[in-house]
Ligand binder design. Sequence first.
Ligand SMILES: Cc1cc2nc3c(=O)[nH]c(=O)nc-3n(C[C@H](O)[C@H](O)[C@H](O)COP(=O)(O)O)c2cc1C
Length: 198
Amino acid sequence: MCTDVMDIYQVVTRRRSIRKYKADMVPKPLILRVLAAANWAPSGMNEQPWEFAVVAGEKLAALQRVCKEVIDVRMPPETRTEEQKEFAKWYGTLGGAPLAIVQICNRETDAGRRKMVLESMAASFQNLLLAATAEHLGTCWMTGPLLKEQDILALFALPATKEIAALTPLGYPDESPRPVPRKDAELAQKVLWFDVEE
Ligand SMILES: Cc1cc2nc3c(=O)[nH]c(=O)nc-3n(C[C@H](O)[C@H](O)[C@H](O)COP(=O)(O)O)c2cc1C
């Protein structure tokens, strides 16, 4: 068991998108801990609009098949570079993770409400990713598979009134990717200061 306890800034900076996982299953109490963190997110009008599907086994294999179909559309197999072949493998296997978590909400038609709900969903998903990092678990926020969102809804017998906001594999990392450099790390360009004293 890893006992390295991280503070919030370490968690934020150590989170990486993990695209290669060990096959070991994550214990259910640990899955529930990261989902509880997701459930503690702020939400517009306190609607707490998120629901989750925790997916393993046959359903995970079916989800991987949908992701493979997506990547076959995005990167046609006959013209793939070596790098794209690796990326396609990641999609088709979800990196070998034993689990995926799919985040679901009601599909909003009003533009204002949709923005509010999807921002609440993102807050919750980031909580999930950060909690997973604190538990030394790997994740990768994914919206690419939503090209086939209807197929994913069908996989879980969800009606068209539902929307999938994002999904992530969940498991123990089998790679340690380098941090992706931050644009404007010193925040010289990205921040406008108004009447703020040194
Ligand atoms: C909204 C969103 C959607 C993403 N969708 C995908 C995706 O479909 N496939 C993928 O491999 N990575 C996806 N990513 C991960 C990004 O590529 C990754 O966060 C970015 O390259 C920075 O790397 P880092 O997460 O390790 O800091 C997504 C990230 C976000 C926030």
